[in-house]
Design a protein around this ligand. Structure first.
Ligand SMILES: C[S@@+](CC[C@H](N)C(=O)[O-])C[C@H]1O[C@@H](n2cnc3c(N)ncnc32)[C@H](O)[C@@H]1O
Length: 254
């Protein structure tokens, strides 16, 4: 990537971060749990989480999903990454009683973590804000453990007409991809068994909406959110054996 396109990416990331910093200051951030929780629960039901899973939430916001997941990880941990520093500060504060959570500022395009680590990488209502979709998909693949999986949930995608105006409303350059484009991105990054589904959203709608806004919300929820998932191939047996020999300095003595 050239210096100028890198600069453009960082400038766009900064613009996104500023918007979400503002969401923390005006209280919108803490309302996201109520809006996204039902959908998130329906997605989490599909994950094969075990008590020792290592979970990363990309674009974690105030960290409510990380906390939800972490409570069941008696021997594992949940991590949150967000480009908005204010979100990270808020998430840390709200999670102070949970020892198995960790929040760090950073972008999905440059995940500050070693490779092959997370058993599950998930992201809720964030991926269409990411500035470089190809780079982010490669990063998701890099940090996912062998045999691990990724899980993306978004309402802003081509087949849901009710979210079409969100780029105008947010003033941010959002990515409006089709279901097939999302699947291709993650297949091209190296994931196998990439499948998509639409999950209808049965969350209660808050009262007091104007009729056209209510109709748009009902339409959005009925069409549902796009769920994209896939698995990183397991490490071949020969490579696994080689690594475990290399990790054991005494193997030559046996
Ligand atoms: C609509 S909020 C959703 C937050 C949370 N996942 C939820 O469901 O409540 C989107 C979040 O993604 C974060 N975000 C946007 N672009 C990002 C990027 N490139 N890398 C990491 N986080 C990003 C924003 O700062 C924001 O907190």
């Amino acid at each position: 990537m050239s210096d100028s396109s890198e600069r453009t990416r960082y400038e766009r990331e900064e613009a996104v971060a500023r918007t979400f910093d503002e969401w923390v200051r005006d209280g919108t951030a803490t309302g996201m749990e109520r809006r996204h929780k039902r959908l998130a629960e329906r997605m989490l039901e599909r994950l094969d989480l075990t008590p020792d899973s290592r979970v990363l939430d990309l674009g974690c916001g105030d960290g409510w999903t990380v906390r939800l997941v972490a409570r069941n990880l008696t021997a594992g941990a949940a991590f949150g990454l967000d480009v908005s520093r204010e979100m990270v500060v808020l998430a840390r504060r709200l999670s102070a009683d949970l020892e198995n959570t960790l929040f760090t500022p950073g972008a999905a395009e440059e995940i500050p973590w070693a490779g092959d680590y997370f058993t599950h990488v998930l992201s809720i209502e964030s991926a269409y804000y990411w500035t470089d979709m190809v780079l982010a998909a490669k990063e998701v693949f890099r940090v996912t453990a062998y045999g691990g999986s990724f899980h993306i949930l978004i309402n802003y995608y081509e087949e849901n007409p009710y979210s079409a105006g969100w780029d105008r409303e947010t003033g941010l350059p959002l990515h409006r991809l089709s279901t097939e484009q999302w699947a291709r991105l993650y297949r091209d990054a190296g994931f196998e068994e990439v499948v998509t589904d639409q999950i209808p959203d049965d969350s209660p709608i808050s009262p007091g909406k104007a009729p056209d806004e209510l109709a748009r919300r009902q339409g959005l929820q009925a069409v549902g959110a796009l769920y994209v998932t896939g698995r990183k191939p397991a490490l071949p047996e020969s490579e696994r054996a080689r690594r475990s020999r290399a990790a054991n300095p005494f193997h030559v003595l046996r």
